[in-house]
Design a protein around this ligand. Structure first.
Ligand SMILES: Nc1ncnc2c1ncn2[C@@H]1O[C@H](COP(=O)(O)OP(=O)(O)OP(=O)(O)O)[C@@H](O)[C@H]1O
Ligand SMILES: [Mg+2]
Length: 266
């Protein structure tokens, strides 16, 4: 075996397997076995090999978005191009804002919409099946903005499943959720920017400080830099964690961790 082939095998093969294989094929093609084989120029081969990883990376990102899996909501296969879908979303937005629906306010009274024309959440015929089990069965309710809403139910009633569908962790089997006029099914990214979730358990990073956690949430929500500092300070004051803002999560008490989780949600 020629020395150059040994170099390919022991050095290039683990690093760039495709380059090595292609290069060796081209060498072979000059031998009698592949004498009649037409191959690309060396530049074209290298160009292809450079472009291919990016191509497959984009294919991977695209499939991640559109192929349904256990968690999250799969996007429409034409989500990048389909202008019609955007128009439908706008229709939903308008429909959601003008619907004459029933809301339940803090005092438990029913009232017709109109009071809250922004920030409300509508569950529309929401259904979730896990195999043969119907965990959520045709649920319909609305939550007005600026209200505290409590969802009560026995163990296994489907409360967490409803919240998971609201936040996009699970895809509804049927029905939809409209948040401030925007469909969770059609425009989850936009809905998620305006959602905060304080889970039953803390989801925190031990090696980050309190302030860094809140800055991280601002980043996720694409908050402009000019607003970030004020928002973080404001939220720290609301949950009374200002004096602990430089502390690492590992240095916080259980109650402080709960407060930080709440701060991240709001
Ligand atoms: N990933 C899953 N796969 C299969 N079944 C599930 C899954 N998640 C929930 N379920 C089932 O769906 C039903 C509703 O579960 P869910 O967790 O929403 O109830 P819950 O109202 O939050 O109950 P709890 O008050 O105990 O928290 C239950 O029967 C549960 O076993
Ligand atoms: Mg639950």
């Amino acid at each position: 075996m020629a020395e150059s082939n040994l170099v390919y095998m022991f050095f290039w093969l683990p690093v760039f397997p495709a380059v090595t294989i292609f290069s060796n094929l081209m060498t072979l093609s000059k031998s009698s076995i592949f004498l009649n084989m037409h191959y690309l120029s060396t530049a074209a081969c290298w160009g292809t090999l450079v472009v291919l990883p990016f191509f497959w990376f984009f294919v991977y990102i695209y499939l991640e978005q559109v192929v349904p899996n256990e968690f999250g909501i799969a996007k429409h296969p034409l989500f990048c191009f389909d202008k019609k879908r955007k128009v439908e979303d706008l229709d939903d937005h308008i429909e959601g804002r003008n619907d004459n629906f029933q809301t339940i306010n803090e005092s438990g009274d029913n009232e017709t919409g109109g009071k809250s024309d922004t920030g409300f959440i509508q569950m529309k015929s929401l259904t979730k099946r896990f195999g043969s089990l119907k965990a959520v069965d045709n649920v319909n309710f609305q939550i007005a903005s600026d209200t505290v809403f409590t969802l009560l139910g026995h163990n296994g009633a489907g409360k967490t499943t409803v919240i998971n569908m609201l936040t996009g962790i699970l895809e509804p089997t049927a029905g939809d959720i409209i948040v401030d006029g925007i469909s969770v099914r059609k425009n989850l990214d936009k809905v998620q920017v305006n959602l905060g979730l304080c889970q039953q358990f803390d989801v925190l990073f031990e090696s980050l400080t309190v302030q860094e956690h809140l800055e991280f949430v601002c980043e996720i929500k694409n908050m402009p830099l000019s607003q970030k500092e004020g928002a973080v300070e404001n939220t720290l004051q609301k949950v009374m964690l200002t004096e602990h803002k430089e502390k690492l999560v590992s240095e916080l008490s259980g109650g402080m961790k709960r407060k930080l989780s709440l701060a991240m949600a709001i």
